[in-house]
Design a protein around this ligand. Structure first.
Ligand SMILES: [Fe+2]
Ligand SMILES: [Fe+2]
Length: 350
């Protein structure tokens, strides 16, 4: 590295290690990131389904991570290097196109009142993942679920923070009100990402930031990437508002079911605290996000309604795919995690 190389100084607990490649795009990206920022060749189109492809979503996750905490062994100047942004743009276009094709907003939704349409989306039946967690999941399946979610929950609410300077007035105040809670309402020990880390510790899992990046498949990484993409693009701020609103509207019950499932398995308060907190917090956040964030945004820009609904339908669709994936793996007795990414420290049941 040159004398000008700059590296993240965040503590080891808070920075992920670079993952192993999963295909030609990540091969090219990870090889480039090991060196000085500069142009590098990469495949323009991925071979698989851009909605779930392992190679695409790991590459996109790594590109986005440079905007969050970076990687200890990667020069921080890569974050804004044109070659990196060129690759990111190619990946985003394929992902966004797939989202808009697969989860298009219906004419009925477009013609409906946005609050009514969002409420219908929130109440539409999806895969019963949280019911399974409540009633049937084994301890090992519950652990796997916590591992899958860790890539997002250990940076929970960070993607939405990108949108703060992109909102004004009532919408901005509402977003800040939700985010203030997500970040602990002034208490570092109540930051929701910290509560999630406590859950992982209590379950004997590795709570280091990004510890399971190699273990989580592209479909689950896509659930993180969609938030980062909406947050990082000003043109998608209405989609981000729709995504936040629908996730808050569906969160309380899902978290209650998960906490109840943990209690069924004999897990204690230090494990369930994160989920119990969300049962209470998100019963308030859903109202703020729906009426003040989305409502405030649409008062300023009524034409943004379609994008609000796109954010909600895209999130609901990709979240449903991830739920179907997990339930399918568990029903077939197949591993849901990429076992090669679990390393030697795979936690065992108590
Ligand atoms: Fe939260
Ligand atoms: Fe929330």
């Amino acid at each position: 590295m040159s004398a000008g190389a700059q590296f993240s100084e965040t503590s080891e607990h808070e920075v992920a290690a670079l993952p192993a490649p999963r295909g030609p795009v990540t091969e090219a990206l990870l090889h480039a990131l090991a060196g000085e920022p500069g142009p590098f060749p990469f495949p323009r189109v991925v071979a698989g389904d851009p909605l779930v492809d392992d190679d695409l979503h790991l590459a996109l996750y790594v590109c986005y991570e440079l905007h969050y905490r970076g990687f200890a062994e990667v020069d921080d100047r890569w974050e804004w290097h044109p070659a990196l942004l060129d690759l990111r743009g190619h990946l985003e276009r394929q992902f966004e196109t797939a989202l808009r094709d697969r989860f298009a907003v219906s004419d009925g939704q477009r013609e409906s009142d946005v609050v009514v349409a969002l409420t219908e989306i929130a109440n539409s039946p999806g895969p019963s993942l949280s019911h399974y967690l409540r009633d049937e999941a084994s301890l090992e399946q519950m652990r796997d679920y916590i591992v899958h979610r860790s890539l997002y929950q250990l940076k929970e609410a960070d993607p939405h923070a990108w949108a703060i300077p992109r909102m004004t007035g009532k919408a901005k105040a509402a977003l800040l009100e939700v985010e203030f809670d997500e970040f602990g309402s002034g208490r570092a020990d109540r930051i929701h990402a910290v509560l999630y880390r406590n859950t992982m510790d209590a379950m004997g899992l590795d709570s280091h930031y990004g510890a399971y990046l190699n273990a989580v498949p592209g479909l689950i990484l896509a659930t993180v990437n969609i938030s980062s993409m909406f947050g990082l693009h000003r043109r998608m701020r209405a989609a981000l508002a729709g995504h936040l609103a629908i996730s808050e509207m569906t969160s309380s019950l899902a978290n209650k079911n998960t906490a109840d499932g943990m209690r069924r398995l004999g897990l204690g308060d230090s494990t369930t605290d994160f989920f119990d907190e969300h049962v209470i917090a998100d019963s308030v956040h859903d109202v703020i996000a729906l009426h003040d964030l989305v409502g405030g945004l649409l008062e300023q820009d009524p034409a943004a309604a379609g994008e609000v609904l796109f954010g909600a339908t895209a999130w609901t669709g990709i979240d449903a795919l991830s739920g179907e994936y997990l339930l399918g793996c568990w029903q077939k007795g197949e591993p849901s995690l990429r076992l090669s990414g679990l390393g030697s420290g795979r936690p065992q049941a108590d």
